[in-house]
Design a protein around this ligand. Structure first.
Ligand code: BES
Ligand code: ZN
Ligand code: MN
Length: 508
């Protein structure tokens, strides 16, 4: 899909449909009001009569009846202005594009709302691209329900911003690529297949890549990753890609950012077997790995001036004659002993070894993305990722990146009081707790392996896969959560993480 900017009046565009954003409770203004006049006032009539309220995800197509060049006008809602942030703005455009694809429009124009600044271009482009996502169908002989749009032209965003459009498009497409990996069945996307995907990306950009198999993992002492994978016939892998982007640039201060992903290709729970309900969803337990792989793809292709590595710990968590048992004690790569109380708390185990691997390879800052705890859904639901960090300064940069990317994160506390949850009678740490503060405990376990370096943990267990159909403002199914966050974080750190924040709608 081509996306371009135009400066001619939207009413003169030769397109199948022209989309007009509406903010709840606001009258049409500026270019939208001009359009309304050209249409004989039918748009404002729908709004004044409250037949169209501008609620987020409300989409209404109308025939233009030859009054303007576009054949249809679509009113689409952005919701209330004070609720609008980057994530909701993307979601509104996502819905517009999805609906338009069911109607089969090929060329579309989208106007900027008078209530929003030109700086919302990135969110608009990313939202539109997210709306083009279609899970690859494995159904035979089914006609697709939605068609593809050839071109979207954006009106009201000024000109000479092609580079910004292109970058935003890449961000959206990277998110969609992560969504496709998330959705891939676990019999296709095994740890080895995942490593091959990483290899393809490395070849494309000439990235340094290292893939550790069982032999290398054993000699490196990565026993926690090995332990999780031992019940499966598909052996684990530790994947590391490295983008050398910091060519002595002072503003990056020699920082080496590690993007670390949990890559459990299937999580049955192991001997601590999960309930059968929704167990199939656990094919998505590699969502964190999908996000970091997709992110480093963009970071490398854009040649972001920062040293960035992606580290993916991938394994299949299965029961079996050689599976690890509750009560087992393992020695992690950094030497700490861990009592496996629950084999279903496997994410923190593979991540612990992944952090050690990142540190051994020179990471100075680390962010891990993981579908770690069901408790994250209880804590904040699908609307945001839950986060833990050991460093306020680094966290401030992560939070900025999150806002800029429209990829929400919300930080939970680390009180010393919680440390008791990690205490084992027989080992340095235990991997599971008594049942409270589950998301925090998972994060605090991983923090033990951060070597005191600035680190943030993003628990995407809820945000990576929205199963709540009522919660319409979050992408349904696989969402690619964390992908744009990682891209943005690398870019922000490359710029020193200190430049002034672009003005955006509230919270955006
Ligand atoms: N992959 C799961 C977490 C998860 C649950 C992700 C639901 C997405 C949706 C993780 O490995 C897990 O099983 N966590 C346990 C931890 C517990 C045993 C301490 C959980 O949340 O129940
Ligand atoms: Zn898991
Ligand atoms: Mn688990």
């Amino acid at each position: 899909m081509k996306i371009s900017l135009v400066s001619v009046p939207a009413a003169e565009l030769n397109v199948d449909a022209l989309a007009v954003p509406v903010v709840t409770g606001q009258k049409l203004a500026g270019a939208a009001l001009e359009l309304d006049r050209a249409m004989g006032g039918v748009l404002s009539e729908m709004i004044v009569n409250a037949e169209f309220r501008g609620r987020i995800h409300e989409v209404l197509p109308m025939p233009a009846q030859g009054k303007i060049a576009p054949r249809r006008v679509i009113l689409f809602g952005l919701g209330a202005h004070h609720d609008l942030d980057g994530q909701r703005l993307r979601s509104a455009h996502h819905e517009l594009v999805r609906a338009s694809r069911t109607w089969g429009y090929k060329r579309m124009a989208v106007m900027r709302s008078d209530a929003l600044g030109e700086d919302t271009l990135k969110a608009v482009v990313e939202g539109c691209v997210l709306g083009t996502f279609e899970r690859r169908s494995r159904q035979t002989g089914q006609a697709p329900e939605r068609r593809e749009i050839d071109e979207i032209v954006l009106a009201g965003f000024g000109g000479s911003r092609e580079a910004e459009v292109l970058a935003a498009q890449e961000n959206g497409e990277a998110t969609n690529r992560a969504r496709e990996w998330q959705n891939a069945p676990a019999n296709e996307l095994t740890p080895d297949a995942f490593a091959q995907e990483a290899n393809r990306i490395a070849q494309r950009h000439n990235l340094e890549i290292e893939i550790l198999g069982p032999g290398e993992l054993k000699s490196g002492g990565y026993n926690l990753l090995l332990g999780v994978g031992t019940g499966s016939a598909k052996p684990p892998r530790m994947i590391r890609l490295r983008h050398h982007g910091n060519h002595g640039l002072a503003q990056a201060n020699g920082a080496v950012l590690a993007l670390i992903g949990k890559g459990i290709t299937f999580d049955s729970g192991g001997i601590s077997l999960k309930q059968p309900e929704n167990m199939s969803r656990m094919k998505g337990d590699m969502s964190g790995a999908a996000a970091v792989l997709s992110a480093i793809d963009v970071i490398a292709s854009r040649n972001v001036p920062l040293d960035v590595m992606a580290v993916i710990a991938t394994a299949e968590n299965m029961p079996g004659p050689s599976a690890q048992r509750p009560g087992d004690v393992l020695v992690s790569a950094d030497g700490k002993t861990v009592e496996i109380v629950n084999t279903d708390a496997e994410g923190r185990l593979v991540l612990a070894d992944a952090l050690t691997h990142a540190l051994r390879n020179g990471a100075t800052h680390m962010i891990d993305l993981a579908t770690l705890t069901g408790a994250a859904t209880v804590a904040i639901g699908h609307a945001a990722s839950a986060a833990i960090s050991n460093d306020d300064e680094f966290w401030a940069v992560v939070e900025r990146a999150s806002r800029e990317a429209g990829d929400r994160v919300w930080r939970l506390p680390i009180y010393a009081d919680y440390r008791i949850l990690l205490r084992s009678q027989i080992a340095d740490l235990r991997n599971s707790e008594y049942g409270e503060a589950g998301t925090i405990m998972g994060g605090m376990f991983i923090a033990e392996f951060a070597g005191g370096k600035p680190w943030a943990h993003i628990d995407i267990a809820a945000s990576a896969w929205n199963t709540n159909l009522e919660l319409t403002t979050v992408l349904h199914g696989p969402s690619g959560a964390g992908t744009r966050l990682c891209i943005e974080l690398a870019e922000l750190m490359a710029r020193g993480g200190t430049d002034s924040w672009p003005p955006t709608p509230r919270n955006a």
